[in-house]
Design a protein around this ligand. Structure first.
Ligand code: NCD
Ligand code: ZN
Ligand code: ZN
Length: 398
């Protein structure tokens, strides 16, 4: 329920289906501790950490480590997403059943960063996941339709000579996976939808009763490919920023529920990987601390979503997609809950250097944003206040 508390708005704790916390392996960009602080500051009480770590989270050992480390930090529940294939770009399926049975109770599997492009591997993965009651989250990009190192497409990109990731590479995988999921009697989730074509396919698939869900990022709801004018690598991301017309379609699809959820695809990168020649820079953007105000800006204030809709897209739907309700105990009456108190009118200027993330690669640097989490509560404990994660002693409050 949404409660108006004298200008503040009480929402269920936000849930992010798609983050990269870089631990283990790239602790110079982000750690589970720093990423958890960013999540709590942004109003999140649960995040799903993608498996493209080093080592890859393709075993229960790595997944359980990520889960335990998140619990030790205590700011947000860090649910590991297991890899679909061994080593993440392979042909051999990872032991999803063992990861699902481990302490982390892994329920989402993905090769995010790489598409599960081989249709037979995808079909077998869907069948395996379906038997486990688990979900495959697809990074939708057919690599056979992409070319070059620059993952960008659109009029600005074309003028700059940046070739790479055409819409067809995304749209065709969404269509293929919808049909494979239908025939495998499985659920499939599409990560970071960016094109009007994907939206058409999603609408069609849902009308057929196919168990497909999808997420959109805050940056794809706000930014378009005109940002690429100066080759600024901060705007390099997978999938690429598209055209204004796609942005309008994505907003409408989120409002209509054709796209189910907002997910940040929080992708921290160390400066030496990001601040370099466009073609060589890593793709990805920070997102956890700016997601809520961007959704208020792009969806709430234009009247596309009301507060109820914001709660649905940023908390209820992602929790439902992830099957969070059956993990641990359901919240009973009188039991401490996961909540975020939103101050919708608080104005602030984004400074990458002031964010809790170790990396600073925010595409919203210098932007004035309105709204933030005034307080985040994880099982009744305050994990952040006024955009700052709680200190260790505050976390032990009950
Ligand atoms: C992600 C990353 O950096 O791990 N990058 C990105 O541009 N989104 C990978 C991904 O989500 O595909
Ligand atoms: Zn991806
Ligand atoms: Zn990602």
């Amino acid at each position: 329920e949404v409660v108006d508390g004298g200008g503040h708005v009480l929402l269920p704790g936000l849930v992010d289906l798609h983050v990269h916390l870089r631990e283990p392996g790239r602790e110079d960009a982000e750690t589970i501790a720093s990423g958890s602080a960013a999540a709590a500051a942004g109003g999140f009480t649960a995040v799903f950490a993608m498996p493209n770590t080093d080592p890859v989270a393709d075993t229960a050992l790595v997944c359980d480590h990520v889960w335990r480390r998140g619990q030790e930090v205590g700011l947000v529940d860090v649910h590991p997403v297991g890899a679909v294939t061994v080593g993440q770009k392979g042909e051999r399926l990872a032991e999803m059943g063992i990861m699902a049975a481990g302490e982390a109770r892994v329920r989402i599997f993905s090769d995010d960063g790489f598409c599960v492009s081989d249709p037979l591997v995808m079909r077998r993965a869907l069948e395996y996941a379906s038997g486990l009651g688990a979900l495959i989250a697809q990074h939708a990009e057919d690599p056979r339709l992409t070319c070059g190192a620059c993952a960008h497409e659109g009029p600005t990109a074309a003028r700059l000579g940046l070739t790479g990731w055409p819409r067809s590479a995304e749209d065709s995988i969404v269509a293929r996976d919808a049909i494979l999921a239908r025939d495998a009697n499985a659920r499939v989730h599409i990560c970071h939808v960016s094109t009007a074509g994907s939206v058409s396919v999603l609408r069609w698939a849902k009308e057929q009763g196919i168990a497909i869900t999808a997420e959109v990022t805050p940056h794809h709801l706000l930014l378009d490919d005109s940002r690429l004018e100066d080759y600024d690598p901060v705007y390099k991301v997978n999938p690429p920023l598209r055209e204004e017309s796609d942005v309008a379609v994505l907003r409408r699809a989120l409002a209509d529920g054709v796209i189910d959820a907002v997910a940040t695809d929080h992708a921290p990168h160390a400066a030496h990987d990001k601040d370099r020649e466009f073609a060589l820079a890593r793709p990805g953007m920070l997102g956890l601390e700016t997601s809520l105000p961007i959704i208020l800006e792009t969806m709430l204030r234009p009247g596309l979503l009301d507060w109820r809709g914001v709660a649905r897209a940023m908390s209820e739907k992602p929790a439902q997609i992830a099957g969070l309700a059956d993990h641990g105990r359901p919240i009973a009456v009188g039991e401490p809950a996961n909540l975020v108190v939103v101050d919708p009118d608080f104005e602030w200027t984004v400074r990458g250097s002031e964010l809790a993330s170790i990396a600073t690669n925010t595409p919203f640097e210098g932007m004035r944003l309105r709204g933030r989490a005034a307080a985040t509560l994880l099982r009744g404990r305050i994990t952040a206040r006024d955009g700052q994660a709680a200190r260790q002693e505050e976390r032990s409050w009950t």
